[in-house]
Write a protein that binds this ligand. Structure first.
Ligand SMILES: Cc1cc2nc3c(=O)[nH]c(=O)nc-3n(C[C@H](O)[C@H](O)[C@H](O)COP(=O)(O)O)c2cc1C
Length: 338
């Protein structure tokens, strides 16, 4: 039975953020009762080796859905081979005022300006420790900076979260691409990116010696940068020996939904209208990175064919968020067969 076919019309009648909260609450309860696997059992094919880790399949949950780390095993039992929690910042913050999440249904898209609402790193790690019990996939922790921290001090925030997360995460994703924290994307300019990523990679070496564990570091980039910036950043990623690039975050462009009444809402656009744009970035990255740094492809995946296009453009793994909202958990099962 496709449970989501019944649930979706009910959820879509609710305000988008309320539907989101209710779903996560339900998943959390189901997870506690140990009944989440009935939703959609995982169908792993061959494990995929990437960043020195063994991924049970190629499909992951993109950052932003489990911002608090409360539902890791719940999402795992829906079939995800990996789950990326966050974005998490050093201190708890509420994010932007509501409404801040909009369904653009005609385009199978979402506009969000959540603004890193999250419980802060300490609480999130407590949550993760509890909710990952029984999870057999790979856990990513996605880190960012607090809104009140100026870019000059951003490194302190990232290093704080990096150190705290280190022994909990299978990989850590450095998010410098959300459009909803003012100035964050400036951290992707090659100068800032070096000042941020180089000390993080040095810190990894230190922590590796201290703990005996080497945690891979991924960077998440936006889909709105030009070819020159992709080229320059790729050179930096190769030089610093980053372990993966996650491409892409949401777009600030409205080109593909210009006629829609919600197109003037500020925030990042995800889902179908992002698909092609993210594929273009993946393809350019793939050319520049020359297989030296692997790519995790994300943006607008709604079907197996969409995911296959990302793999053909050069991604090794894929992640979904908006596609899960529109298609339901059966999409995970389909993608796990890739
Ligand atoms: C409501 C919402 C919140 C998001 N929050 C985050 C976040 O906190 N950190 C992050 O790195 N990406 C965040 N994202 C971006 C997604 O991880 C993903 O990169 C993007 O939505 C494109 O994938 P999709 O088209 O499958 O949704 C968010 C996306 C949505 C829709």
């Amino acid at each position: 039975m496709n449970f989501y076919k019944i649930a979706r019309p009910i959820l879509f009648r609710l305000d988008a953020e309320r539907a989101h909260d209710l779903t996560l609450r339900g998943l959390r309860i189901a997870q506690r009762l140990g009944i989440t696997s009935f939703l959609s059992p995982g169908h792993s094919k061959e494990p995929v080796k990437l960043m020195g880790l063994n991924f049970p399949n190629r499909v992951g949950l993109a950052a932003g859905l489990d911002k608090s780390g409360n539902c890791v095993a719940g999402f795992g039992s829906m079939g995800f081979g990996f789950v990326e929690v966050g974005t998490i910042t050093p201190v708890a913050q509420e994010g932007n005022p509501r409404p801040r999440l909009f369904r653009v249904r005609e385009h199978e898209a979402i506009i969000n300006r959540m603004g890193f609402n999250n419980p802060g790193i300490e609480t999130a790690l407590d949550n993760i420790q509890k909710s990952r019990k029984g999870f057999e996939g790979i856990l990513g922790i996605n880190i960012g900076k607090n809104k009140k921290t100026p870019n000059e001090n951003a490194l302190d925030d990232y290093l704080h979260c990096f150190r705290k997360s280190y022994t909990h995460a299978d990989y850590i994703a450095v998010n410098v691409s959300s459009p909803n924290t003012s100035g964050l994307r400036e951290l992707q300019t090659p100068k800032f990116a070096r000042e941020l990523l180089s000390p993080i990679m040095d810190e990894r070496e230190k922590l590796k010696e201290e703990t005996g564990k080497s945690v891979p570091v991924a960077v998440k980039i936006d889909p709105d940068m030009g070819t020159d910036q992709i080229k320059e950043l790729s050179e930096l990623f190769i030089e610093l020996e980053l372990d993966a690039i996650i491409a892409t975050n949401t777009t600030v462009s409205r080109d593909s939904i210009n006629d829609h009444r919600l197109s003037t809402e500020t925030g990042g656009l995800s889902g179908s209208p992002l698909n092609e744009k993210s594929n273009e970035v993946i393809a350019k990255l793939h050319t520049e990175l020359k297989d030296k740094v692997p790519i995790i492809g994300v943006g607008g995946i709604n079907s197996k064919e969409d995911a296959q296009e990302k793999l053909s453009a050069g991604a090794s793994l894929v992640q979904i968020y908006t596609g899960l909202i529109y298609q339901g958990p059966s999409l995970i099962k389909e993608l796990a067969e890739l």
